[in-house]
Design a protein around this ligand. Structure first.
Ligand code: ADP
Length: 481
């Protein structure tokens, strides 16, 4: 067994604000068959502390970035956790990153420096009962771990995973003096980033291997258009950068057993989806009918391209389709859908807020799931769409490009298509994608073949877990990934 330490600021089912938590929560079980003993270091938020059973103190600090702290091992359900219990940093309610005013906690730099520092201590062997060969930090919140490991001369190797390059952990240079790093770390060959301190930047500089969540996103982030300031560094690290797509929990997301559906089904009983469709009509106040229902389940942010969709509503309605949007986020993106729901009563429905059961119902009853993202590191919703026979209609970017096979003539005749892709991601591109989807929907046999093929597609963690394990093994064996 290779001992490995995951490091992250979220883990499903304890603390989740996005796909990061799902990945971090799924990896330990997915990697076990590959002989990896993956434990995960997470901050001691109240929910984590309350869930922790069979606690064992591993290491104590009199003063870790402003207060006493303890590393505690324990189980939370099936998860093997190491928790950084530091009440001065993490004993706070609500969101892991934001205070009650909706703004970042002002001491986030200290909170997540502590997380990286503690990870490096474990990597240095300061917990004799668990000495990882590989430390695997996720995103900027754990980004300093490779930096601390390198400056402490640790034997453990590091793999840093980028889930979304838009979040980088940038702080003012004034914090550097308190980071417990040697002066030379504040340089272009260290954590210095455009005159300030960059946590993700530092991690990317020192990690032994870098992964992101799809091969196409791994390419995209090395370009100025998508590198968000880090493309130059990522180009120099291209040799250790790879893309591994996420999987999904195929037990939670299974249309044959999903308790959030009115009617369960498999590829042989697709007609039963109609009962779920009727329920969607009720929940979204849509007029009953045979026309396609296009669904959206998304954060409402610029990244997700839903402003483009709002501009295309007339096209959908004019073609007899209906639109059901479940989302939460920016009011400016939400408002046009609210207006459209009033103007096109019965054709457009909007439900705001985060609603897990309703997201399952949409996948189980809508005809197509729309994902017009401007960029998408991996994306999960298209996997749920495949699994539920809800045909993905997606922008050809990032993980969406890698996981959906466009129903062009060649793919249709070869019998491999699973959805519709469009590009470029602008009003014209989306319009062409919607027209293509409507055209395919008008051919019931073709549509059904897309649904069935998608449902057969392997969206489990199995293959990707093997790729992570291969990286761990090559690093633990002294090679480069
Ligand atoms: P991101 O992590 O960028 O938000 P992903 O597609 O990787 O995008 O993951 C989003 C996850 O959140 C999916 O599981 C999706 O079903 C879920 N989700 C997004 N918005 C909502 C919502 N309003 N209600 C329920 N689930 C949602």
């Amino acid at each position: 067994m290779i001992p490995a330490l995951g490091v992250a600021s979220e883990i499903y089912p304890l603390v989740k604000t996005g796909g990061l938590a799902d990945v971090v929560g799924a990896m330990p079980a997915a990697l076990r068959p590959y002989d990896v003993d993956l434990r995960t270091l997470v901050p001691g938020y109240p929910r984590v502390m309350a869930s922790l059973a069979a606690r064992e103190t591993l290491l104590s600090y009199d003063d870790l970035f402003g207060g006493p702290a303890t590393l505690v091992a324990g189980k939370a359900g099936e998860l093997d956790l190491i928790v950084l219990d530091a009440p001065h940093l993490f004993e706070r309610g609500g969101n892991p990153y934001l205070g009650p005013d909706g703004k970042d906690w002002v001491d986030n730099w200290r909170r997540f420096a502590a997380l990286g520092f503690a990870a490096a201590d474990i990597g240095l062997g300061k917990v004799p009962s668990f000495v990882p060969a590989v430390v695997h930090p996720h995103d900027w919140q754990a980004g300093l771990a490779p930096v601390y490991l390198r400056f402490a001369g640790a034997n453990a190797k590091s793999v840093l995973t980028i889930h979304n390059l838009a979040f980088q952990g940038q702080f003012s240079a004034s914090i550097f003096a308190d980071l417990k790093l040697p002066p030379e770390a504040f340089s272009i060959n260290g954590v210095e980033y455009y005159g300030g301190v960059g946590y993700l930047k530092g991690g990317l500089h020192f990690a032994d291997a870098i992964t992101t969540v799809s091969p196409t996103y791994a390419e995209e982030i090395t370009t100025p258009g998508n590198g968000m300031g880090l493309d130059g560094l990522l180009r120099t690290r291209r040799g250790v950068l790879s893309g591994i797509v996420n999987g999904v929990d195929v037990d939670v997301w299974n249309p044959a057993t999903d308790t959030h559906l009115i009617a369960n089904y498999g590829p042989g009983r697709l007609r039963r989806r109609a009962e779920n469709k009727r329920e969607i009509e009720r929940r979204f106040a849509l007029a009953p009918g045979d026309g396609a229902i296009f669904a959206v389940v998304s954060r409402l942010t610029w990244q997700k391209g839903l402003d483009l969709l709002a501009a295309a509503i007339d096209l959908l309605v004019a073609n007899g389709a209906r639109l059901a949007v479940l989302g939460s986020g920016d009011a400016a993106i939400e408002d046009p859908f609210r207006v459209a729901a009033a103007v096109h009563r019965g054709h457009v429905g909007l439900v705001t807020g985060y609603n897990e059961p309703l997201s399952h119902l949409l996948q189980g009853g809508a005809d197509a799931i729309l994902i017009p993202s401007r960029f998408e590191p991996c994306g999960l919703t298209q996997f749920y769409g495949l699994r539920y026979g809800c045909v993905p209609v997606v922008a050809r970017v990032g993980g969406l490009a890698d996981t959906i096979i466009d129903a062009n003539d060649a793919a249709l005749s070869a019998g491999v298509a699973t959805g519709v892709q469009f590009f470029p991601v602008d009003a014209g591109g989306l319009e062409r994608g919607l027209k293509h989807a409507l055209d395919l929907y008008a051919q019931p046999d073709t549509w059904e073949s897309l649904q069935k093929r998608g449902m057969r597609h392997d969206v489990s963690w199995d293959k990707s877990a093997g790729r992570y394990a291969a990286i761990y093994k090559s690093l633990a064996g002294g090679g480069s990934a």
